[in-house]
Design a protein around this ligand. Sequence first.
Ligand SMILES: C[S@@+](CC[C@H](N)C(=O)[O-])C[C@H]1O[C@@H](n2cnc3c(N)ncnc32)[C@H](O)[C@@H]1O
Length: 261
Amino acid sequence: MQFLTTSYHYHLLQDWERLTAFYEAITTQARDTVFDLGAGSGILSYFAVPYSKIIYSIELNSKSAAYMDFNLKNCENITIINSDAREVDFPSKADLIICEMLDTALIDEEQVPVINTVLKHLDEQGEIIPSGVIKTAELVYLKNPQISYEDLINSKVSPHEVKSALVTYKILSFYHKIKEDFKQDIIFRINQSGKVNGVKLTMFTLLNSNLICGPTPMFNPPLFIPIDELELKKNDTVKINLEYTMGGGLDTIKTRIKEIF
Ligand SMILES: C[S@@+](CC[C@H](N)C(=O)[O-])C[C@H]1O[C@@H](n2cnc3c(N)ncnc32)[C@H](O)[C@@H]1O
């Protein structure tokens, strides 16, 4: 089947690792009533078609919603709604909510505000794909210190060197309301002496309790955040305060070096 898409959604459809993980989770978990929030081209709704009675596919962008309408015109159990998912008056509870509005650390897209709002429409026995995320951080030296995502397609040219052990600083479950404003001290252990001028955030997505998906070129590539430059030795420990608003955009990111010991 050929999908009509925007160029952004075209690239999402080329990412086979992302699609395979979602396909496996959706075809295992989809049943009666499904909500697909931020449905884009409609591909994730399409995966649920043979397993569901009714699928509500919600998309904010009108051009994407029109393309989805065309792509899914033969699927009788799909209702397309061109709206902000937070404003939809759903006629029944969901057995499955699919919400793929992810970005690294959930800062730039509306995954958290949308899930927080729609959670009240999930049946008590209902499920969410993805079910949550694991957020990790490392200290790095950036050759070009600016807020940017790692280019995983041209990975031969690595613009950074990792200087600390990986720290898991937060595990989030979408089954509970999440505080959108995030602020936390993170302690890093340096394992390679030299200059440090950035934090690298990497996120792992829990599709369900059996399926985890790491970053791929179009699915949450790691995010680099510059910090003031430090000269550090192996085994130094650095405490950095990291702050951002989930769904608030990259401009909400703040970092502060608090202590070196
Ligand atoms: C990362 S894309 C994923 C598209 C599709 N789910 C897929 O996996 O191919 C996220 C989509 O969510 C839509 N979106 C963002 N905020 C939204 C909101 N508040 N309500 C509904 N859709 C939204 C965007 O327009 C975009 O199409």
